[in-house]
Design a protein around this ligand. Structure first.
Ligand code: AMP
Length: 369
């Protein structure tokens, strides 16, 4: 059943209270939905704009029972929601995207196997459980590769790049002695991502792929359109369709790819949620990724992913927040701040989307089965 948009009811639970939950709550409010956020940190970014925050751990049984009781549907803003919490909730309230999407994406090893099973190529990879398996894997990869923690890594954290010839002593324990994955080093020309959404009737919508630049492992800019061949664009869309169908997915997903010099795509990772590389959609598309996600989980019709302008989204990280007056003075920029009072180094404080070619009509794609 779809949620009621008349304003009489329609409550969406969101696990996690960061900026993504904040932007989801704002999109939900525009469609007359109430939002209740489960987040242990009091006065989180989402708390300022949602109807209510339950201040408790993500796996707090009492809090989960309360969330299930007061919500018509529950979604989440990050992929490290405990799978058991999503499963517990799903016994009494619809949870979208499904818990299987969390299991697939929380562990880089499971994620790569899942992508490959969907027919989506990734870098070669090897499971690394100790110093001996690290040395064996590096020797298989000619000494080169990117070593990553399998779980809880984000924004380039928990990673080490090997270029060949390094002293390997202690290398396994240096990443915390936790399960790791070694990926072959992908000599990419650029990085792109696609934001797609799947609806209850199986309809899939995709936004135009964005071209992304990372600095110190953190997303710096997303530029749209990406420099990409039509063939590669089609591969990105078809990859999203395959992945979403395999999970019987509902909601928005972000998939990141490396573009090789021959133009082919290699998937890096998937995120079962709205994605930083899709923030530009709020300024340059008819319906943003946030509204599209809310529409999908609420059982509403898909919105148009039509892009009306070219654009560049720039993340405001740490002290970049002091440049806000500069961005506000421009007449082609949409500034979005996250309500965080402390500007720590590496912390995402907001973003700005600059329209670079306003009014230019563009691609969008919707496949209804
Ligand atoms: P990740 O945490 O997997 O998103 O990695 C962060 C960034 O590190 C990516 O956006 C790439 O710029 C780079 N990177 C990650 N994995 C690889 C790889 N296998 N080969 C080359 N560069 C990579």
């Amino acid at each position: 059943m779809s949620l009621d948009v008349t304003g009489k009811s329609g409550t969406i639970g969101i696990i996690g209270g960061g900026q993504l939950a904040r932007m989801l709550a704002m999109a939900a409010a525009r469609l007359n939905f109430r939002t209740i956020v489960l987040e242990p940190q009091a006065d989180c970014p989402a708390a300022q704009v949602c109807n209510r925050q339950i201040v408790a751990a993500y796996d707090d049984e009492k809090a989960l029972a309360e969330l299930a009781n007061v919500c018509d549907v529950v979604t989440y803003e990050f992929e490290n929601v405990p799978v058991v919490a999503a499963q517990t909730l799903a016994a009494s309230v619809p949870v979208y995207p499904p818990a299987e999407a969390l299991s697939a994406s929380q562990d880089r090893l499971t994620e790569k196997r899942f992508l490959n099973d969907c027919g989506i190529p990734t870098a070669d990879f090897a499971q690394v459980d100790d110093q001996a398996s690290l040395e064996a894997a590096l020797s298989d990869f000619a000494g080169k590769g990117v070593l990553k923690t399998r779980r809880m890594g984000y924004d380039g954290k928990g990673q080490r790049v090997f270029k060949g010839g390094e002293d390997l002593a202690g290398a396994f324990n240096a990443l915390g002695g936790v399960p790791l994955i070694l990926e072959s080093f992908v000599p990419f020309e650029r990085e792109i991502s696609i934001i797609a959404a799947r609806f209850r009737d199986g309809t899939v919508t995709c936004y135009d792929p964005a071209e992304n630049v990372h600095l110190s492992g953190i997303l710096h800019t997303s530029t749209v359109p990406a420099q990409l061949s039509d063939a590669a664009r089609t591969v990105a869309v078809e990859s999203a369709e395959k992945l979403l169908a395999a999970l019987d997915y509902i909601g928005v997903v972000g998939i990141e790819f490396f573009v090789l010099p021959d133009g082919s795509l290699v998937a890096n990772e998937m995120a079962p949620r709205v994605h930083n590389t899709g923030h530009w959609t709020e300024a340059a598309c008819v319906v943003s990724q946030f509204e599209q996600h809310i529409r999908a989980v609420a059982g509403l019709a898909p919105g148009s992913t039509q892009r009306h302008s070219d654009c560049v989204m720039t993340n405001l990280i740490g002290d970049d927040i002091s440049a806000v007056p500069h961005w506000l003075a421009k007449n082609d920029c949409l500034v979005h701040l996250y309500g965080k009072t402390e500007a720590r180094a590496g912390r995402k404080m907001g973003h700005v989307t600059q329209l670079t070619n306003p009014g230019k009509p563009s691609l969008s794609r919707q496949n209804t089965p």
